[in-house]
Write a protein of this length. Structure first.
Length: 379
């Protein structure tokens, strides 16, 4: 599991001097025929070969070779359990980081002066940590769902004492009393769950809360939820309290995707409005790149699948769009082609402590009309 702390380590890693680091994303999903019988190793080899062919000086090739050997040594004994293997390696400075992700990502290899974190950040950004409570009138279960994996936390809620059958003299009165007794217990149970949830939210660090289970219990829990938890609640679903982990995961993911898309639409909407008013926002490639060069971007938005070529200053790393000046405006250095300018833009924003959000579907279509890319600015 990639943790928040992992990401901080990766974000802050810079190869020393003009050193290189190898970034690898390898599809190892064993449900795909092509990856069986260690087919992923063939894909890895051809990827590394392609990277090698782009290296021109002997020193860089030598550095690359050290990393390739390291990767081969690791992969030889590696047994895939999830969908994607991530490796970041800087052999010269003894930096190595490897993890498996339960999410599918395309094969990618980069040998560059910085870690290629874009795909990883995109995945982490798309997946928040969800707390899911499954409740009925007598039971409650707690799950966390993160990066496509569900985990149950057993025994975190107390049980409601079972309602016992009584054979009273006057059955009707007894049953009414029983019903009141039962209702009282149900309410007590729901309140207990709500109360306990506050502590569990801190303990398991949910970004969002989802409530599922029996219709009535779900609605009762919503009513007694403390304000701080109400703000985290993004959806409810109906399932029997004894549902399987798979069922809980499926219902959670439906809510997750819808919430993420709605959030992206709101973001693009406010970006376009702010840019129109000239209120610390820009849209379009040229203005966005300029804002990045000036270090003003705090949140970069780009449409999924948007790509553009450009130029980068070979001295100071400033970025330029196709329509460029003769030499760098900041230092007078010469400009060299930068295929996939967006990756570089993302890296720059992230390394300056900014955020990056890839938007999809309707949000992407709306952003496309405003120039495919844009940013909220610090000033
Ligand atoms: Zn320059």
């Amino acid at each position: 599991m990639v943790t928040y702390e992992d990401l901080q380590v990766l974000k802050s890693y810079q190869p020393q001097g003009d050193g290189y680091v190898l970034s690898l994303y390898l599809d190892v999903d064993q449900s795909k025929a092509i990856n069986l019988n260690r087919g992923f190793e063939r894909a890895l080899n051809s990827m590394l070969k392609a990277v090698e062919q782009e290296l021109h000086d002997a020193r860089t090739q030598q550095e690359f070779e050290l990393n390739r050997e390291r990767v081969h040594r690791f992969v030889k004994n590696y047994i895939p359990r999830k969908k994607t293997l991530l490796i970041f390696s800087d052999a010269t400075h003894d930096f190595w980081w490897e993890q498996e992700l339960p999410i599918a990502l395309p094969n990618l290899a980069r040998f560059d002066h910085a870690l290629f974190l874009r795909p990883l950040i995109t995945v982490l950004d798309e997946h928040e940590r969800y707390g899911v409570v499954l409740i009925d009138q007598g039971r409650a279960r707690l799950f966390t769902v993160y990066l496509g994996e569900v985990q149950e936390h057993e025994g975190v809620f107390e049980e409601v004492p079972p309602v016992t059958q009584t054979a009273g003299r006057d059955r009707i009165i007894a049953q009414k009393r029983l019903q009141r007794h039962h209702d009282g217990h149900v309410l007590w149970h729901v309140k207990q769950v709500a109360e306990r949830l506050k502590e569990l939210t801190d303990l398991y660090r949910f970004d969002r809360l989802i409530i599922g289970g029996g219709r009535q219990a779900v609605s009762e829990l919503q009513h007694v939820l403390p304000k701080s938890l109400h703000r985290l609640l993004i959806g409810t679903f109906s399932l029997p309290v004894q549902a399987s982990h798979q069922e809980v995961l499926r219902e959670t993911q439906k809510i997750e995707v819808a919430a993420e898309r709605a959030n992206e639409e709101k973001l693009v909407e406010s970006l376009v409005t702010a840019a129109y008013k000239g209120d610390r926002a820009v849209t379009g490639l040229a203005d966005t790149i300029q804002a990045i060069n000036e270090g003003r971007v705090w949140k970069l938005l780009y449409g999924k699948d948007f790509s553009a070529n450009g130029y980068v200053c070979s001295q100071c790393s400033m970025l330029y769009v196709e329509n460029r000046p003769e030499r760098c405006l900041y230092c007078g250095g010469s400009l060299s082609p930068a295929p996939n300018l967006i990756n570089r833009a993302i890296e720059r924003v992230i390394s300056a402590g900014g955020q990056v959000e890839e938007v999809n579907d309707r949000a992407a279509a709306q952003l496309a009309r405003a120039g495919y890319i844009g940013a909220f600015l610090r000033y």
